[in-house]
Design a protein around this ligand. Sequence first.
Ligand code: AMP
Ligand code: ZN
Length: 481
Amino acid sequence: MTGTHLTFFNSLTRSLEPFTPGDGQTARIYSCGPTVYNFAHLGNLRAYIFTDTLRRTLMLKGYAVNHVINITDVGHLTSDADAGEDKMELAAAGLGKDIWEVAAFYTAAFKQNLADLNILDPSRWSVATDHIADMIAFAERIAPSHCYEIESGLYFDVKTVPDYGRLARAVSDEGESRLDPVSGKRNPQDFAIWRKSPAGEQRQMEWDSPWGRGAPGWHLECSVMSLKYLGPEPFDIHTGGIDHREIHHPNEIAQNQAYCGCTTDQPGFTGARFWMHNNFLVDRSGKMSKSGGGFTTLQSLIDAGVHPLAYRLLCLTAHYRSELEFSADAVTAALTRLKRLVMAVEKIGADEGSADARYLARLDAALSDDLNTPIALVALEELLADRAIAPADRRATLLLFDQALGLDLASLSRAALRVRPADAALTVDEIEQQLDARKAARAAKDFARSDLIRDTLVAQGVDVMDGDALRWDWRVALAAS
Ligand code: AMP
Ligand code: ZN
């Protein structure tokens, strides 16, 4: 599909810019991956739904995609500003487990989340601890002109590159580091390239280096792995959540500038041509936090009876650069919208004709406009309801929408949407039996009995939905709504 020209918002320039891959054919994308010290929370997963939409849009436009996601299994500290303890070491100590086991467990859980959300696997998963030698080699090259050694390790001097923090736009002189200062740093924003293991303390993960035994700083891995797999010339798009625009990505850019030596002749070099950031999923009510007893992980949503693709749809209803508010009501509404879509798709049947050019042009225009998924969804709903288009042609068109939006509408069934909650008191059959008994009681005008059956179902976490427009008899009541 080539109609509308692609335009993406580039955080570097804070403006919409036309996009074509550097080589005209293959878009090279690097996405900052998870730190595998815990389950990904729903907010983290919004970041990968965003990159998946980006990727599917590029594919729709006929480009090949080379996509790398890293797995951070070392070096990410409890503060992004490079202070505090290593998140991985802390988690392993807390669980009393081997750190490698912890990393493997949460990596597998993360990959399962992506599969549940119908997110395409990247071309390459790149694991930080597989690249320690590469990181040391990178650091050795930049150290003489850009780094200095202090007791706690090797630090990057941000004053040695031009324009430090241009991506963030508002780097304060103090930075977050004032919260937990590392003594001996030249500038508050200077960050660790290599952290020496403190004397007398043994880390579970540590390696020898020219700067002593220790572990790499967190920012180093992304510069090293993106350069290795997508460089050496600037690759196309670097993605991450908007929090990364403030510290992690400015630090990556500083490292990249130091490495390519383009401090004078190529001051614009940042490693990637486009830097794109998704906004946050927020929980204003506070109900969804772990302490509020709500849903923080995708599995907790599934356990409550919500199909994971309802969460994907919820994310698509907002533009990726807008904040998205999470609530049980919002996810329930998304589930209902998904059900409507699935019912509409079931209605048009399995015959496949030819795609409708006007609707495809609308899809193209929406996604080409900086991934405007809310507009694409409206076009999809109008397509499904458009009787002027033969059902078989609607189906052919829908399949292309489906490839771009990843909602799996072509194979999702109404039955599959009915996820059984993990702690459900009743099986689906039992619920159906109770509803049949209730119908019989109502037919016999035994309203006391019919009310009793309904109240008993509600007490068991099942909402009875009389007269539901979608003809759903019942739904699972979400605890936090
Ligand atoms: P982390 O595992 O903390 O490195 O985060 C993985 C990804 O999730 C990063 O791209 C973060 O910027 C992103 N992220 C973190 N919190 C949120 C949130 N609440 N909403 C959207 N993205 C987030
Ligand atoms: Zn990164």
